[in-house]
Ligand binder design. Sequence first.
Ligand code: NAD
Ligand code: G6P
Ligand code: MN
Ligand code: MN
Length: 433
Amino acid sequence: SLKVVIIGGGSSYTPEIIDGMIKRHHQFPVSEIVLVDIDEGERKQEIVANLAKRMIEDAKASIQIRYTKDRRKALQGADFVTTQIRVGGLKARALDESIPLKHGMIGQETNGAGGVFKAFRTIPVLLEIASDIHEICPNAWLVNFTNPAGIVTEAVMKHSQHQKVIGVCNIPYNMRSGIGEIFNVSADRVMIEFIGLNHFVFGKRVFIDGVDQTDEAMRHLIDDDLNYSPANIVSLPWNKNFLQSLNMLPNPYHQYYFQHEEILAKDLQAYRENGTRAEVVMEVENKLFEKYKNPNLKEKPQELEERGGAYYSESACSLMSSIYNNSMDVQTVNTLNKGSIPDLPSDAVIEVNSVISASGPMPLAIGPLPDTISGSIIQLKKFEQLVIDAAVTGDYRKAYASIIMNPLVTSDEKAQMVLDELLQAHKPYLAQF
Ligand code: NAD
Ligand code: G6P
Ligand code: MN
Ligand code: MN
């Protein structure tokens, strides 16, 4: 038997991971999927589970599907556990986004002050989940999507006994499939040498069918305004000199750092016109759930592409399948550095190409960070570690330090204001403070 537990099962993304498991059923023969959620997600779970049943039946895959609120019971006998939770829901996300924006700073769910507070709310819950896994199904792999995925994964590595945890994000896959489009090949023929951290990763070299095509890829990026941004980011074209001087593929989240003023202006405009991204997502979600309820729907709907995390199941399912099959192929995951980047501590979590075997990811050596990006990567990693330290101790000064040391926070006064406002706004989810 092969059992997968999806924590945050009521997510509108769930049909995608179900689809990914159905597609891979011959190589990754899941026999049981259990969705786990909390009170507020109960009705959503029921709708998602019913759609999942129709999808499975339509594909004639023999997978049993159940849903529950009892996490500990669900974990019994689990082989893989995925976490896709949002502590405080989209209401909390709206606050992470709007409070910094009101102070004239980037308001984003994984970057800047908003990302810090998403980590503060999430880390204690993920540590509880990891502790349950360690007790109930210690051999299970925890595949974490919950944002900020890199920070949360490092927090689990450092503060939980359960070490079988891997962080995943759809951005590396999106970059591969975006590059694949310009070379007219599928993503599986594209290899990118990634360097950096979750949502701060660069593509140093590009290989198509094993041949180095970095120059050609950079030329396309420069001349054709190739765009591999997910739906949640207002994308602007990159400055040609920026690309030439970097000579690496940036990821869409780099805009917040390297086109700071332009993106802030665009985000403020979008906020005035449509509210926060959280509010936009609430509408997308309502639309999706209306579709999911339709008894004739037997596949994941096209509209899921309006979510920034579309294609996350590609990373999740291929990762679980390669662990199960001991495939020893290369995938991009968030895992311990272990010397891959000598400039960063061995126990830091980085986003890195890794050989995936039954014993988990083994990161490939990257070598020293290129001069252009080493300063910012080291700074952001230190920032992430301040966030983790503040999240587990509930120490106000540490929380302040993590906010002020974030490059998207522009003054000590503003750091203080957003810190105090966000602490107040999220009080029900921040018992540690
Ligand atoms: P969502 O608001 O739909 O939340 C998913 C579910 O989690 C909800 O049904 C909610 O009730 C449930 N939940 C909240 N707290 C819980 C808990 N303690 N235990 C069990 N369930 C709980 O969120 P979403 O938009 O589906 O996103 C889910 C998470 O995945 C977020 O953290 C988001 O940032 C992240 N995400 C990550 C990536 C990535 O690239 N890593 C991509 C997309 C989304
Ligand atoms: C992106 C990211 C995720 C992010 C999400 C937001 O692609 O990789 O980490 O949280 O999409 O999407 P949303 O539709 O919720 O705004
Ligand atoms: Mn089993
Ligand atoms: Mn991501």
